[in-house]
Design a protein around this ligand. Sequence first.
Ligand code: TRP
Length: 333
Amino acid sequence: MKNKTLLSVVTALVVLVIGAFFFNKQEETTSSTDQTQTVKVGVLQYVTHDSLDEIYKGIVAGLKEAGYDDTSNLTIDFMNAEGDQSQVQTMSKKLVDNGNQLLIGIATPAAQGLANATTELPIIMGAVTDPVGANLVTDLNKPGGNITGVSDQTPVADEIELIKAITPDAKTIGVLYSSNEDNSKSQVAEFKTAAEAAGYTVIEYAVPSSNEIASTVEVATSKVDVLFTPVDNTIASAFSTVVSVANKTKTPVYTSVEDMVEGGGIASVTLSQYDLGVATGKMAAKILDGADPATTPVEIFNEGSVVVNKTVADELGLTIPADILESASRIIE
Ligand code: TRP
């Protein structure tokens, strides 16, 4: 008898719990279809390095701020080509075929891959330095096609003041970048013009891939007083190699991104990678809301802030002048 009562109580409970589960489920599905439909966005990241990872985080946050939440009404189809050009092509095609409504390319090679895969789906550039030079848009103000987005135009010429102040005896600057990245070309040209105008000798070291970084830095450091790297994905993803080779000759490495200063560079004029991502996410939301990429101007970020690494300066026996320390937005020590 006791057992029977227990059994019926347990049965009643089980029925209740199951019932509640189904009831809830039904409510969930009705409410989500009632409020909004799920939007599908494809994201292609070119390679893994801290800056691009940070940009992706910003994109998710920017979309969320604008009402597209990847935990409710948004599905993000994320792929990372890990710096492999054939993967860029394959993944771009997949992202188009997967039924995404909008695509986001993080870094120039990713945006170019997507652009080759579709002329119809809207594409948002996530931090593309030179959209015109990379043949992605014809005019920054009137993109004209299915592509718009955010451009990171780091003020590389401002870096010359840092080089002058921290390494006053330097005369020759080696510029290290990848020969395959359209984004680096314009930055190198801008830097070179400004450095030569300031009296420096500039030697360019373009690497065909990350495999040649160590040997190239070895050669460069035997010839130059300091190294400079623009916003370059190949260099960023193998920056620890750059630093370990440059350290052998105590050659300071000036970078264009905060992460690379953290990773052993001496100083940089840099843009917030997270903010670039947030702006990219918000622009994606604007297009999802109905704006036309052809008439949505590219948003340009070009105001940098100074970041210095005091630990690296100490190791290299260099002094960072007080006024630079004062102007720095971040001092790593
Ligand atoms: N602007 C780069 C491009 O156009 C991408 C990028 C953004 C990047 N932040 C970076 C590259 C930091 C290196 C380091 O491809």
